[in-house]
Design a protein around this ligand. Structure first.
Ligand code: DLL
Length: 433
């Protein structure tokens, strides 16, 4: 189902004409209203009027998360505070949060894009959406909420936490669509079992999961345990929030980028050079319709690639392959680049292994030591010790074959790895201390 068929199926040429016009208007505006951009453009010796084609975009300087921190909290807003109706922030692990603002029109645009995303995932008017993304400074809860209302669905603003009560509510209210992080979806399945509720008896048909990396194998696990069709949704606060890109329920093969509002590029993370379609690199976004907080060539640090092939769903919007990780999440273990999501794929192929894991990195002398804590099912853990050792060996062997590095594998009892209501913490890097 498409929420806005006209804009989701624009012929390339028409889309690019819109993009160029909107880009030029955005550049004029940030140049006039945001001292940071004016100075950056001047340093790069480029003026908004120099941007005559979409290819000229590459002449503009990048914007980094650090720039947002340096202008904390509102220094990069392009409108006076009287026009800002909403503020969100992403917590981050260190230092100041990054703060973003929205005008009333920005909220309307975001709601439209979230309505499109929910529709792409299989929701429509008449659905009951159990929205378990956190409400608050995080953009997940309110982003989905406004989109659901725009779509005309009934939204349950359950937010994260109090998991047992969530199970009761989803059952009693007959929710048909669920939105939360993929790790929380699995946690819900686990708790449902504990309280004797089978997702098979619930009414869910679709789930729209995102805010953290997850693998294809994890999707299958979720679909099997929750009895629904699961799609991936992507976004980040700096660019808007959820809804920047979303998979369609028809293909479930890459996330359509809302290109009429954001220009997407993939660049080489070190050289900054744009990369061709299909090649993996860092995703960069330029917003072309936002008013309060436009971003020009924002470096997301997310790693992915773009796929311009036509999609069976009919959308003409380019697809972003699932994000495999972040440049700053990438573990370099003895020179080998390892993303948590790749480890997840290897783990999930093994029978008896649960989708709950954590990577612990230590340094002994000059050597990085990777330890993978993996939960196994109840039935496995109660097996004899020898069988557990065989399983550990098998995981180590598969990891070694896949990455060429060895890891210590420790099987742990069911439910020992902390569950998260939002984004899961997959990596504990003890080297940073
Ligand atoms: O996580 C927005 C969001 C909310 C997206 C709900 C989807 C659903 P931030 O908290 O600013 O915003 O975190 C953004 O999370 O740069 C990615 O590294 C990661 N991320 C978000 N969606 C995905 C996804 C929200 N589908 C950061 N796959 C991004 C992988 C994702 N990583």
């Amino acid at each position: 189902m498409m929420f806005n068929i006209e804009f989701e199926t624009l012929p390339r040429e028409a889309l690019e004409a819109i993009q160029l016009r909107r880009l030029q208007a955005t550049l004029e505006r940030v140049y006039a209203t945001v001292p940071f951009y004016r100075q950056k453009f001047q340093e790069a010796k480029v003026a908004p009027s120099d941007i005559k084609s979409l290819e000229d975009l590459r002449r503009l300087p990048f914007t980094y998360k650090k720039d947002l921190r340096d202008n904390y909290p509102f220094g990069m807003f392009a409108v006076p505070m009287e026009s800002v109706v909403r503020i969100h922030a992403s917590s981050g692990t260190t230092g100041k949060p990054t703060v973003v603002g929205y005008t009333a029109r920005d909220i309307a645009m975001w709601s439209e894009l979230m309505a499109r995303a929910l529709a792409a995932g299989g929701a429509s008017r008449g659905d009951i959406i159990h929205n378990a993304y956190g409400y608050g400074l995080f953009t997940g809860g309110l982003g989905v909420h406004y989109g659901a209302e725009r779509l005309g669905a009934s939204v349950i603003p359950i937010s994260g936490g109090n998991t047992k009560r969530q199970i009761l509510i989803m059952k009693d209210f007959g929710a048909t669509v669920i939105t939360c992080t993929p790790s929380y979806a699995l946690h819900l399945a686990e708790v449902a079992r504990e309280v004797g509720v089978d997702f098979k008896d619930l009414k869910f048909k679709a789930g729209i999961f995102g805010a953290e990396p997850w693998s294809e194998e994890m999707r299958q696990e979720i679909e099997r345990k929750l009895h629904l069709n699961a799609v991936d949704i992507y976004g980040l606060s700096e660019v808007m929030g959820p809804g920047v890109a979303v998979e369609c329920a028809e293909a479930k093969k890459g996330l359509h980028v809302a290109e009429d509002h954001f220009i997407v590029e993939v660049i080489h993370p070190e050289t900054g050079e744009p990369l061709p379609y299909g090649e993996q690199g860092e995703i960069v976004f330029t917003s072309i319709t936002k008013e309060a907080f436009p971003v020009i060539r924002y470096r997301t640090r997310d790693i992915s690639s773009l796929n311009p092939e036509p999609c069976i769903c009919g959308r003409t919007l380019v697809r972003m392959n699932r994000v495999t990780g972040r440049t700053d999440d990438m573990l370099i273990i003895r020179g080998v680049n390892v993303f948590p999501s790749q480890i997840e794929s290897v783990l999930m192929e093994i029978e008896g292994v649960e989708p709950h894991y954590q990577l612990v990195v230590d340094r002994e002398g000059n050597l990085d030591i990777l330890t993978i804590l993996v939960e196994v099912g109840e039935h496995v853990f109660s097996d004899e010790v020898r069988k557990l050792q065989v399983l550990e060996k098998r995981i180590s062997k598969n990891i070694k074959e896949y990455f060429g590095v060895s890891a210590n594998v420790k099987l742990v009892e069911p439910k020992t790895i902390a569950r998260s209501e939002g984004k899961a913490q997959r990596v504990i890097d003890n080297r940073k201390i």
